[in-house]
Design a protein around this ligand. Structure first.
Ligand code: NAD
Length: 481
């Protein structure tokens, strides 16, 4: 059984949970401990006790730790990608890309630790100067979802440590394997005991401690909107000082295809954005907003391409679409397929569950494409989080923009066009944190800000240099010599 890591020790105790392979539900990857409330408290106490030492560490010490972690992740790419694909179900090539991204994020923040900036300004008062410096925030609780089992933990843990904070990390209960290996790597990287702690298990069991303990200064959360609201409420209603918090939540991302688009580019963007990683990406293109002049050609080309996508075991060569992560998510995807039909949309492709492939029982779903949909349908308003996309036909660019922005979410939005003028207009007017021009809505660089607007995000951006906004506290010092 794999244990939790608290105060520099692997701590026994707590009930065990099975980690199941969604490509073959007979395959139990391992047993992982579920932390108790008392263990979560111990983890917070350990992070709090370690804070003075890690906050006082030199930039070089921090850089060395993060660099070592990044190097080891990269060196173990094949093994970690295999584990990730086995527990989460994304195809091995996608999993390998995610592992390398985690490595690159640790390397990036190793560099950032060496260049934590400040400012020195002349004061408006004679003889005075004003200095602006950044300090660690304190103990950071990190709560992550299951769909990026190593990259999302990396993009929270690396900046937290780079800026001198200590960490209590709670991964999603469906994917403890990648989190545990990451913790094991961190446990050997030269951190003082307690600077990094792993508590696996369910949010409802230990969430109160991770959010409500007054020693937790900040909470960074990625997950569903419903849980995000609970996290926010707990951070502001707890006794004493409120916790600083950052939320990355759902998406209902549009990919607009204009009449002048290159058809191959548009279809590749849509297939990749809507279906790769089994559509289980917050940045997935679930709404394909297509103008009338290219609509029929686009739909025909999508159907032809969909027929070639191989659904199967995530780790088998040739698989493009792995299984859905678990029975509950599969049930949700199928429910939305039924909802779309009831709403009058045409199920033009897929949408059927396959109980087994090559004799392996798993949570397989044929990728689904709806046509003849409208913006007010539930399938175009609510996040499905599976390999299900819909085409919304529009007359022109004006209507495309209106439909693209007709959502409570605002994470990523894309446009396929060969017109510079249209590209510039959509860049300006799309209401999203990230805009992709002739590129899939999903798939981002590791060194630039990530995050959304409207209902998708709350608080400062993650990643890149902008991560400093969340993981540091700014101090303004007035100095009269
Ligand atoms: P989820 O909200 O069910 O769970 C996310 C995490 O919150 C898990 O670790 C869970 O254990 C924990 N949690 C649950 N209840 C809690 C509580 N009461 N207190 C504290 N923690 C609690 O989300 P999920 O199903 O794991 O992930 C899918 C969702 O994540 C989708 O909505 C997706 O869009 C979103 N997501 C967003 C981004 C982004 O950056 N915007 C990235 C990836 C995924």
């Amino acid at each position: 059984m794999k244990h939790n890591y608290i105060a520099g020790e692997w701590v026994e105790g707590g009930p065990a949970a099975e980690n199941i392979n969604p490509s073959d539900t007979r395959d139990v990857i391992g047993l992982y401990a579920r932390a108790s409330q008392a263990q979560a408290l111990d983890a917070v106490a350990a992070a709090h006790a370690a804070l003075p030492k890690w906050a006082a560490s030199t930039p070089q010490q921090r850089a060395d730790v993060l660099d070592a972690v990044g190097s080891e992740i990269a060196a173990r790419k094949a093994e970690l990608a295999d584990l990730l694909a086995r527990e989460e179900g994304k195809a091995l090539t996608d999993a390998a890309g995610e592992v390398m991204r985690a490595a690159q994020i640790f390397k990036f923040f190793a560099g950032e630790a060496l260049r934590i900036p400040g400012e020195l300004l002349a004061s408006t008062r004679p003889g005075m100067s004003v200095e602006i410096t950044r300090e660690p925030v304190g103990v950071v609780s990190i709560i992550t979802p299951w769909n990026f089992p190593i990259a999302i933990p990396a993009w929270k843990i690396a900046p937290a440590l780079a800026y001198g904070n200590t960490v209590v990390f709670k991964p999603a209960e469906l994917v403890p394997g990648s989190a545990w290996v990451l913790a094991e790597i961190l446990s050997r990287a030269g951190l003082p005991a307690g600077a990094f702690n792993l508590v696996m298990g369910r949010g409802r069991d230990i969430g109160d401690t991770l959010l409500g303990d007054p020693r937790v200064a900040a909470v960074t959360f990625t997950g569903s909107e419903a849980t995000g609201r609970k996290v926010a409420a707990a951070c502001v209603t707890r006794p004493g000082a409120m916790a600083k918090f950052q939320l990355e939540m759902g998406g209902k991302n549009p990919l607009v295809v204009l009449d002048d688009a290159d058809l191959d580019v548009a279809v590749n963007c849509a297939i990749n954005g809507a279906y790769f990683s089994t559509g289980q990406r917050c940045t997935a293109s679930s709404r394909l907003v297509v103008s009338a002049g290219i609509h029929d050609r686009f739909v025909d080309a999508m159907l032809a391409k969909l027929a070639t996508l191989k659904v199967g075991d995530a780790r088998r060569a040739g698989t493009v679409i792995g299984p859905v992560v678990d029975a509950q998510q599969l049930e949700q995807d199928l429910r939305y397929v039924a909802i779309g039909r009831d709403e009058g949309a045409t199920l033009a492709f897929g949408g059927q569950a396959l109980e087994s492939i090559d004799g392996q029982p798993g949570y397989y779903l044929q990728p689904a494409l709806f046509t003849g949909t409208s913006s007010d349908m539930r399938i175009n308003r609510e996040e499905i989080f599976g390999p299900v996309a819909s085409v919304i036909r529009v007359h022109d660019a004006d209507e495309a923009l209106a439909v693209a922005n007709d959502t409570e979410f605002g994470l990523s939005a894309g446009v396929c066009t060969t017109s510079l003028k249209m590209a510039a207009r959509f860049k300006r007017e799309l209401q999203a944190g990230m805009v992709m021009i002739n590129a899939p809505t999903a798939g981002v660089d590791a060194h630039v800000p990530f995050g959304g607007r409207k209902g998708s995000s709350h608080g400062p951006r993650e990643q890149g240099r902008y991560a400093a906004e969340f993981y540091t506290s700014v101090k303004t010092t007035y100095l009269q010599p």
